[in-house]
Design a protein around this ligand. Sequence first.
Ligand SMILES: Nc1ncnc2c1ncn2[C@@H]1O[C@H](COP(=O)(O)OP(=O)(O)OP(=O)(O)O)[C@@H](O)[C@H]1O
Ligand SMILES: [Mg+2]
Length: 299
Amino acid sequence: MLTAPAALLIVNGKSAGDEELRMAVERHREAGYPLHVRVTWEHGDAQRYVEEAARLRVETVIAGGGDGTINEIAGALVLLPAEHRPCLGILPLGTANDFALSCAIPQGLDKALALAINGKPADIDIAQVNHDRYFINMATGGFGTRITSETPAKLKSALGGASYFIHGLLRMDTLKADSCEIKGPGFNWAGEALVIGIGNGRQAGGGQALCPDALINDGLLQLRVYASEALLPILLNSLTSDEQNPHVISASLPWLEIEAPHEVTFNLDGEPLKGKKFLITVLPAALTCRLPPLCPLLG
Ligand SMILES: Nc1ncnc2c1ncn2[C@@H]1O[C@H](COP(=O)(O)OP(=O)(O)OP(=O)(O)O)[C@@H](O)[C@H]1O
Ligand SMILES: [Mg+2]
């Protein structure tokens, strides 16, 4: 009998009680796949488990959670020496699961686990922020930030991805554009931004396609600045129908620097980071990830 490659699954504690997950893990173990399972309690746990995975020499570390869980695991994987770096696999168990959905990862846990263990690895980029933070999917500032970082946890688990949207609507009266300056190679913009999306992937905030042309393996980040409050109705209806809108600034850049006169919050895959200056750089082909053959984010 062939020895199946081992994987370590890191489950966000919020989803540890999932019965479908337990059954999917059992089935794969019975089929002969060695699968270690670890559960997180708080920020920092995932990184320790990734280090353990490297010591165990597993071939794959599977992120069982939402975008924030994938973020923490991807950020820990890039710190490992390339020769001992396991592949990333994705098991969507979060609220919005924007990255998994836009990658066309199957929503059924059994199929998703099979792909996470056996899928073909593809090289993908990851973005580094201020030298020590990362995002794999998207960084958002402005309106989107308020939506994600202030969506109460209980509302989030009750309503799923839709909660971002509903909560955003409730808070519309409090929205304000933020003034900032953005520089990159051959790119310079200053003005009032309502929403800034910097995409390695395409969608955030529960299905909002802020960066509709982004690819995760092109060595570039798609910057989209939604620069006017007049855009609010568009933002709330369809973010993709505004290609010709002069208030939408778009660029594809290998790095960019954003500076604001006062402190702003960026969400990195839904996890907040405060500051006045953000240097964001793409790290091309920094990770390998097991993705569906027809993943729309692969160019
Ligand atoms: N046992 C736990 N209970 C509550 N929060 C946890 C636990 N373990 C980790 N966390 C925190 O959960 C956050 C990540 O959650 P994650 O993004 O995976 O789910 P989500 O926000 O529900 O999904 P999505 O981002 O796709 O909408 C991190 O901030 C992490 O520190
Ligand atoms: Mg999250």
